[in-house]
Every structure is written in structure tokens, then in C-alpha cells.
Design a protein around this ligand. Structure first.
Ligand code: G4P
Ligand code: NA
Ligand code: NA
Length: 190
């Protein structure tokens, strides 16, 4: 996605250790016009599917996911990163975060995800894929069908994509990064 590539080069900041900061347009301040274009690209890429619901995870996945939901006129469910007060009526799983070196709980209510649902998952970053695999686990527990996963930015030098492909998950990433270094952003050839 050319528009996104240009924006990353203009406003993204990359750091040694493979971190890309996109705080001025995705992760802190947000650009709704860009987010709308991002959603349209996801809609186009998944246009062959019969989806009835969008799923994402708080916090940064919500903005792109709700834009996709708006364009498709479909509900958007976000997975919560908190332990439910009672486990009744919830599917729960655990996710290990490499960047934070800790494990957290993720959960979703059985009220909003069940075997009649055909969903795509939308998130901002695909890194190691732990968050995405945690969500896949919740989707499996619910009996819903996972039709694909869409990411705004994929860090292709990390293992997330391969781990999702191993699970036979269709992966659509709008930008694929080959490497990130101190002030250097290299894109995969597309
Ligand atoms: P994983 O889920 O792919 O395994 O990711 P990892 O544990 O490595 O990353 C944890 C968090 O850091 C995720 O957000 C992920 O989106 C984010 N992240 C990973 N790499 C980068 C990066 O290079 N730049 C930025 N800006 N974020 C990155 P989170 O903390 O779970 O959630 P959120 O509340 O920000 O959505
Ligand atoms: Na995220
Ligand atoms: Na994030």
C-alpha cells in the first residue's frame, strides 16, 4: 500500500532492536483519513469472503477494525486484555508479550462470538504473532470460523507470519518490513 509506505517513511521512526514507532498516525495520535484508506484496502483484500463480524484486540487494533466494520456495515468485537470478574460466559486464554516480557490474559464474551460467526481479525502490528495466536485460540473455543487475519504492518523479520501460516491462517499485511535498524526502514519487495 503505497500511501502507507510513504507515510511510514515520512513520519515513522525506527530504532535499533527492530522497533518502529508510528505514534503520530497509528498508535497514539491517529489519522482517520489514513485509517479509512487502510480499511478500504483490507475490505478489498478480503472481498472474496463472506464475513459477518470483525474481531480485533485492544487497544491499537480497534481503530482500523472499526473502520473496516463501518465500511462493511458489520459489528466489531474487541478482545479484552483483562481477566473477567467471573469466567462464566467468557472464553479466556493467555498471551506472552516479548516486548513487555510478561504474560497477560485475553478474553471475549461467548455472547459476542459463537459457531455462527465468520470472522476476520484485524490488528496494527504482526510481530511474533502471540497476540494473534491468542485470539485464534479464543475463536477456536467459541466455534466461530476464522477466515483471515489482516495487519497494517508486518515485521517480516520476526516469526509471526510463519506461525500463522502454520496454523493455515490466511494473512494479509498491508506493509511488510524486511528490516528495521537505527533510522533505517527496509520494505519487502511486494
Ligand atoms: P506479538 O503479539 O506479535 O507476539 O507481539 P509482541 O509481543 O512482540 O508485541 C507486543 C505489543 O507491541 C503489541 O501491542 C504489538 O502490536 C506491539 N508491537 C510489536 N512490535 C512493534 C513495533 O515495532 N512498533 C510498535 N509501535 N508496536 C509494536 P500491544 O502492547 O499488545 O497492544 P496495544 O495496546 O498497543 O494495541
Ligand atoms: Na497491537
Ligand atoms: Na501496539
Amino acid at each position: 500500500m503505497e500511501l502507507l509506505k510513504e507515510r511510514i517513511l515520512k513520519d515513522g521512526k525506527s530504532f535499533d532492536g527492530g522497533i518502529l514507532k508510528v505514534d503520530s498516525f497509528i498508535n497514539h495520535q491517529m489519522d482517520p483519513v489514513l485509517m479509512k484508506a487502510i480499511a478500504s484496502e483490507f475490505v478489498q483484500r478480503f472481498s472474496d469472503l463472506n464475513i459477518n463480524k470483525i474481531i480485533t484486540i485492544e487497544a491499537s487494533g480497534i481503530a482500523p477494525a472499526i473502520m473496516v466494520g463501518l465500511e462493511l456495515n458489520l459489528p466489531v468485537v474487541f478482545v479484552k486484555k483483562a481477566k473477567p470478574k467471573t469466567m462464566a460466559g467468557f472464553y479466556a486464554s493467555q498471551v506472552y508479550s516479548f516486548t513487555k516480557d510478561r504474560t497477560y490474559d485475553v478474553c471475549v464474551s461467548s455472547q459476542f462470538l459463537n459457531e455462527n460467526d465468520n470472522v476476520i481479525f484485524i490488528d496494527d502490528f504482526l510481530a511474533n504473532g502471540n497476540a494473534a495466536l491468542g485470539v485464534e485460540n479464543l475463536i477456536k473455543q467459541s466455534g466461530a470460523n476464522l477466515l483471515g487475519m489482516g495487519f497494517i504492518i508486518e515485521k517480516s523479520f520476526q516469526e509471526g507470519r510463519d506461525r500463522l501460516l502454520n496454523e493455515n491462517i490466511r494473512v494479509e499485511s498491508l506493509i511488510r518490513l524486511k528490516s528495521l535498524g537505527d533510522n533505517s526502514i527496509i520494505f519487502e519487495e511486494q
